[in-house]
Design a protein. Structure first.
Length: 144
């Protein structure tokens, strides 16, 4: 999956090192202490892994057809809109091919870049979950 500037592709053998090395202090602050070496997709720019994007359906606050999205852009590549484009590819092109009806993001109140990304991407803020800001976006399927 590509938007002309980035590509989303499944992790390949050898990507785990980049995914773990890209897990810096900012990532630990917002994502916890455990790196994510096996996300749904790596974010690729100029043939280099610059981050990852992932989603899952297994959260206690989600309905069975709702997916929670997580992502990380590595420090040297932050501010270059790679996460925005990856999120757009995920919600407009991939999630509509699944049973997902709503994408969600749970974001730490202090994570200003991710909060801005959610708002810019058309997500709607809902009631907080576990003290974090909660955003949702209806997934449009071809038949909708």
């Amino acid at each position: 999956m590509t938007d002309g500037t980035i590509e989303l592709r499944p992790p390949r053998k050898g990507d785990a090192k980049a995914l773990v090395n890209g897990f810096d202090d900012a990532a630990r602050k917002y994502l916890g202490d455990v790196p994510h070496p096996d996300p749904w997709a790596c974010i690729i720019a100029d043939d280099v892994v610059v981050g990852w994007i992932d989603y899952d359906f297994r959260r206690e606050w989600l309905a069975p057809t709702e997916a929670n999205i997580g992502f990380l852009t590595f420090a040297p590549d932050r501010g270059r809109h790679f996460a925005s484009r990856a999120l757009q590819l995920l919600v407009q092109h991939h999630l509509p091919t699944t049973e997902c009806t709503k994408a969600t993001m749970l974001i730490d109140r202090d994570n200003t870049p991710s909060l801005r990304l959610a708002e810019r991407s058309g997500f709607t803020e809902e009631a907080p979950v576990d003290g974090e800001r909660f955003f949702t976006l209806k997934i449009v399927h071809d038949a909708d």
